[in-house]
Design a binder for this molecule. Structure first.
Ligand SMILES: NC(=O)C1=CN([C@@H]2O[C@H](COP(=O)(O)OP(=O)(O)OC[C@H]3O[C@@H](n4cnc5c(N)ncnc54)[C@H](OP(=O)(O)O)[C@@H]3O)[C@@H](O)[C@H]2O)C=CC1
Ligand SMILES: CC(C)CCC[C@@H](C)[C@H]1CC=C2C3=C(CC[C@@]21C)[C@@]1(C)CC[C@H](O)C(C)(C)[C@@H]1CC3
Length: 418
């Protein structure tokens, strides 16, 4: 099989060695966090309280539960959608079509879970199953990525992702070879990016809240805040589902282990870390501090949403009155770059808003432990790295116009700092 960019394609993530290391380190980190969150000292950098044996990790009943969850989300994906959106133009000049029914899936899941709980489903038992559930999700991610790798061996070169075609099987398995793997109209990457993991994350949060209520009579204010903030984030992502079609995950990255594991395991089991921590380490939170944290989250959300919406509106229709007055730089591709408004302040205002929210999600957990700040630290590293990857891609796409943009807007994420 020919490799369109052959060995000249620059390798990311430290090449095959880096990819192999990440495939061990990421699951290990996830299990470490799950175990440490429930331990007394809850030390991010300390050893885990114990090493789980096969009897703790493996449960056929839990695997069945996990597969039922994936099946339910797949069924909701296949329901009629309020809209069908077109993705960006592909190498072969075609455009794929995507159902926009993620928010509908969230609401229907909430209804089904509500019905099941009122019929006696013990949702509060879910937190006890997090370790075997995470194991089932990790196993699924490995098997699924392997099947995706095999599937990609039979597709034409135009269907392959720009990265992930190095010829090194470990690297390509990690990054993903095929850009948009599908069976009929079912798009695996688009499905995984927004449904089972994101909705699973808020469901786990809810289960932790319910278990806290069972243990202590009512959920704590800190638990309410974490649940509320993260539900807003997930609800927003699904409400603006169409916007994900222009992210680098959909337009540039193949679907391999990185995204399969990230979407299916990493997001639900590590992004719910604050709620896991709060269940085992209740934190007192007064109304004045809670109000200040709400303001921080609102500020982050405002920047995140306005910046993302401004770019999406501009990309859809530059003459839209909401963006028509903004200053722009023309590029050789015919597209323009915004150089005023949110995108004139820093080159990634949406990352800034996202990071402010990440901080607000950790603050309800107090300052006695570093563990609940893991998400903020990891997310800073992820976005700094992602920003560098995006800059590289934009430089390739827009050349001199991008350099001009960087000159006019010198800061990347945080004005006057970075
Ligand atoms: N919670 C999580 O774990 C994660 C959240 N995110 C969030 O996802 C969202 C999307 O992030 P991501 O896909 O990385 O990147 P962006 O939404 O920032 O998109 C980057 C793209 O925007 C376009 N662009 C850049 N600058 C300009 C400009 N000045 N004017 C017009 N267009 C411009 C370019 O694409 P083009 O010109 O081709 O349109 C560029 O490739 C962010 O809010 C991020 O915070 C991301 C990763 C993980
Ligand atoms: C496991 C590794 C460390 C890397 C995995 C990264 C993934 C977890 C993230 C890559 C891009 C993501 C996005 C979101 C969730 C995390 C992953 C999958 C996103 C769906 C979160 C909600 C946002 O509103 C969004 C803009 C829709 C996000 C898109 C990117």
């Amino acid at each position: 099989m020919a490799h369109p960019r052959g060995s000249r394609a620059p390798l990311e993530f430290g090449g095959p060695l880096g990819a192999a290391a990440l495939m061990v380190l990421l699951p290990a980190t996830m299990f470490h966090l799950l175990l440490v969150a429930r331990s007394g000292p809850a030390r991010l950098l300390g050893p885990p309280p114990y090493l789980p044996g096969p009897d703790v990790l493996w449960s056929p009943r839990v695997l069945l539960l996990w597969l039922t969850w994936l099946g339910l989300q797949a069924a909701l994906y296949l329901l009629p959608a309020r809209k069908v959106a077109e993705g960006l133009e592909l190498k072969d000049k075609s455009r794929l079509r995507y159902p926009i029914n993620g928010f509908q899936a969230l609401v229907l899941t909430a209804l089904l879970v509500g019905l099941a709980v009122s019929a006696g489903l013990p949702l509060g038992a879910l937190p006890e199953m997090l370790v075997p559930l995470a194991f089932a999700a990790t196993l699924t991610a490995f098997i699924f990525s392997f099947l995706l790798y095999l599937k990609a061996l039979g597709v034409p070169p135009s269907a392959l992702a720009p990265g992930g075609t190095s010829g090194n099987p470990i690297y390509d398995f990690f990054l993903g070879r095929e850009l948009n793997p599908r069976i009929c109209s079912f798009d695996f990457k688009y499905f995984c990016e927004l449904r089972p993991g994101l909705i699973g994350w808020v469901l786990i949060n809810l289960a932790l809240l319910m278990q806290e209520a069972e243990l202590r009579g009512s959920p704590s204010l800190a638990m309410w805040l974490v649940n509320g903030f993260q539900l807003l984030y997930v609800g927003d992502a699904l409400w603006h589902e169409e916007a994900v079609l222009t992210t680098m995950d959909i337009t540039h990255d193949g679907f391999g282990f990185m995204l399969a594991f990230g979407d299916l395991a990493w997001v639900p089991f590590t992004y719910s870390l604050q709620a896991q921590f709060l269940l085992h380490h209740p934190q007192p939170l007064g109304l004045p501090v809670a109000s200040a944290i709400c303001l921080i989250n609102a500020l982050g959300y405002y920047i995140f949403r306005r910046a993302n919406s401004q770019k999406n509106t501009f990309r859809k229709n530059p003459s839209d009155p909401r963006v028509a007055g903004l200053e722009t730089i023309p590029t050789a591709t015919g597209r323009q770059l915004l150089v005023s408004g949110w995108w004139g302040m820093v080159r990634h205002p949406n990352y800034l808003g996202d990071l402010i929210m990440a901080l607000a999600w950790s603050l309800p957990c107090g300052v006695s432990h570093l563990l609940p700040y893991f998400y903020f630290l990891y997310f800073t590293a992820l976005l700094v790295h992602r920003e560098a990857r995006d800059e590289q891609q934009c430089l390739q796409k827009y050349g001199l116009a991008w350099q001009e943009y960087c000159r006019r807007v010198p800061y990347r994420i945080l004005p006057y700092v970075y």
